[in-house]
Design a binder for this molecule. Structure first.
Ligand SMILES: [Zn+2]
Length: 93
């Protein structure tokens, strides 16, 4: 997942390895509020992951899935849309 909440409950969206390398502090899952960490390795796009068991709102995501979401975000922005990644709807999870 690319979205987490910072210590002030503000959403943080990961969009690059460089950005992720500069982040510090504690982050939590927007859906379940459990602590999440940042994975910033060479294979996958930088992303958040649950430090404990993942919640119902999260799902395993391949490198292609994550890269596809970033590509769609960039494409939408180039087309002039206000793009929101991973909007969470509690009613439908
Ligand atoms: Zn969660």
């Amino acid at each position: 997942m690319f979205i987490a909440l910072d210590e002030a409950a503000r959403p943080v969206t990961l969009h690059s390895h460089e950005q992720a390398a500069g982040l510090s502090g504690h982050f939590s899952c927007p859906a379940c509020r459990a602590p999440v960490g940042i994975r910033n390795g060479p294979v996958m796009p930088a992303h958040f992951y649950h430090l404990g068991p993942p919640c119902d709102a999260s799902e395993p995501e391949s490198a292609e899935h994550l890269a596809g979401k970033l590509w769609l975000m960039a494409y939408g922005r180039r087309r002039g849309f206000a793009v929101v990644l991973e909007q969470y709807y509690p009613q439908i999870r």
